[in-house]
Structure formats: structure tokens, C-alpha cells
Design a protein. Structure first.
Length: 78
């Protein structure tokens, strides 16, 4: 079970990726229906959705990078 740490690391990474994808699909995509029903402009709705998506992806990249550094430090004993 020498690779148990690596398997846990990979599993955590996939869970984070799937959680971010679920957030985008379940929250950001239906936002269009709600905002358009309330009379919002299509361009404004698209800008809001794009901004939220970019922020989510940037946060995902930052968290994945942070967890990678933690994993490497633990394995190299730095």
C-alpha cells in the first residue's frame, strides 16, 4: 500500500474537479432562466455567468496547486 497516499491525492483531485463541474452545471447554468424571467438583458446574464465560471476555475486551479504542493512536501519530507 505504498501508493495509498497517491491514490488519496488523485481521488481528492477528482472530487474537487467534479464538485466544481457540478456547481457550474447546477447553479450557474440555471441562473440564465431565473435572470431572463426577471427581465435581465442577455448580455448581462452571459457576463455574470462567465465571471462566475472564471472565478470557479481560478479557485479550482489555486486549490489543486495548493494540494499538489502539500502532497509533494509530505512525500519529499521538505
Amino acid at each position: 500500500m505504498k501508493n495509498a497516499g497517491l491514490m488519496a491525492f488523485i481521488t481528492l483531485m477528482w472530487i474537487m474537479i467534479l464538485a466544481a463541474a457540478a456547481l457550474l452545471v447546477m447553479v450557474v447554468a440555471p441562473m440564465e432562466l431565473v435572470l431572463l424571467r426577471n427581465g435581465a438583458n442577455r448580455t448581462v446574464v452571459s457576463t455574470i455567468q462567465a465571471s462566475i465560471s472564471i472565478i470557479v476555475v481560478m479557485m479550482l486551479i489555486l486549490f489543486l496547486s495548493k494540494f499538489k504542493k502539500i502532497y509533494v512536501r509530505r512525500n519529499l519530507k521538505i
